[in-house]
Design a protein around this ligand. Structure first.
Ligand SMILES: [Zn+2]
Length: 320
């Protein structure tokens, strides 16, 4: 186990200042990524809070020219290459975060449940490998209702709950959107499946409740509305002493594309302009506060610090 130390945070912030925020900082390739990846989890601390990143797997998304609304396929491939990633496909990885604080175990987002891509669905195995008993999870916080974040809550064929004893907290605006009959009626057929599945599960689950706005959900953990990616998309802010962690869900998808170019609009974003505004705001805050950031699609390890990098930002992955 290792710590993201105060010194690392200071060096990162100071480094950006020394560079005058102009010269591009290298996106540090995931140092130790191979070791961490085969391990499937890694642990770090934010003050007194114990954090565990879990690896669920990867979706090797085929290229298509509609993936980024305002960048060409060539620009996309160039940016992937500049970030040290493959250009054969878009490597969209999935990582969840477990927080252990005040005697409680909290899981943030729940992975694909092995129901999205044959190369993903490892979260439960990696949770066990990290020494965390799934039955001991007290609370599950959900950032938004896209399949890669909620399918881990429900069994593949039966929709049976995977965590029946945990308290599940979801953003109210998100719940409203995905259970609104008017939204459902207006959708094309191909997008109705997810709505139906949410309608067949969440409203029946007695252990699921909603929250709104900026609220302390568990001691030391606040919701942070970052709407845009979806209507209720929410990040979670964890603090201990003067240390902070922001588990930011899909505020940005992979760093080589949307951290380096925060103005790029992924096709997944429901309100791209609002998503961009809130993305930049959150990154500015992380840089100013020296907060550690954990991104759901940030590769692995998925936590680290954020710095200004030219017109965009650079994510400096924690390297163990
Ligand atoms: Zn996602």
């Amino acid at each position: 186990m290792s710590d993201i130390s105060r010194r690392d945070l200071v060096v990162s912030a100071a480094g950006a200042a020394v560079l005058g925020l102009s010269g591009p900082l290298a996106v540090i390739p995931h140092a130790n990524a191979q070791t961490k990846m085969s391990q499937g989890f890694f642990k770090y601390s934010i003050g007194d809070v114990k954090c565990t990143a879990l690896y669920d797997g990867i979706w090797k998304k085929k290229h298509d020219d509609k993936f980024i609304r305002n960048a060409s396929l060539d620009e996309t491939k160039e940016a992937l290459k500049a970030g040290g990633l493959t250009t054969e496909f878009v490597p969209i990885e999935f990582s969840q975060t477990v927080i252990e604080a005040g005697g409680k175990t909290i899981l943030i987002d729940t992975g694909t449940g092995g129901q999205l891509a044959p190369t993903a669905g490892k979260m439960m195995a990696n949770l066990a490998a990290a020494g965390i008993d799934a039955k001991k999870i007290d609370t599950i916080l959900i950032s938004h209702f896209h399949p890669d974040h909620i399918f881990g809550l429900m069994a593949k064929d039966t929709n049976e709950q995977i965590f029946p004893d945990a308290e599940i907290l979801v953003p109210e605006a998100e719940y409203k959107f995905w259970t609104d009959p008017a939204t459902f009626a207006a959708l094309p057929e191909r997008r109705k499946g997810l709505f139906k599945r949410i309608g067949a599960t969440f409203p029946n689950w007695k252990n699921l409740s909603q929250f709104s706005g900026e609220k302390e959900l568990v001691a030391g953990i606040h919701s942070l509305p970052v709407h845009g990616h979806t209507p209720g998309h929410t990040a979670f802010h964890i603090s201990s002493g003067d240390k902070q962690l922001i588990v930011m869900g899909d505020t940005a998808n992979l760093p080589a594309l949307f951290v380096k170019h925060p103005g790029w609009h992924a096709v997944f974003d429901n309100d791209p302009q609002l998503a961009q505004t809130n993305r930049v705001k959150l990154f500015d805050r992380a840089v100013a506060d020296g907060a550690v950031i954990a991104g759901y699609h940030f590769g692995f390890p998925n936590a680290g610090t954020m710095a200004k990098d030219g017109k965009g930002f650079a994510f400096n992955a924690y390297s163990g």
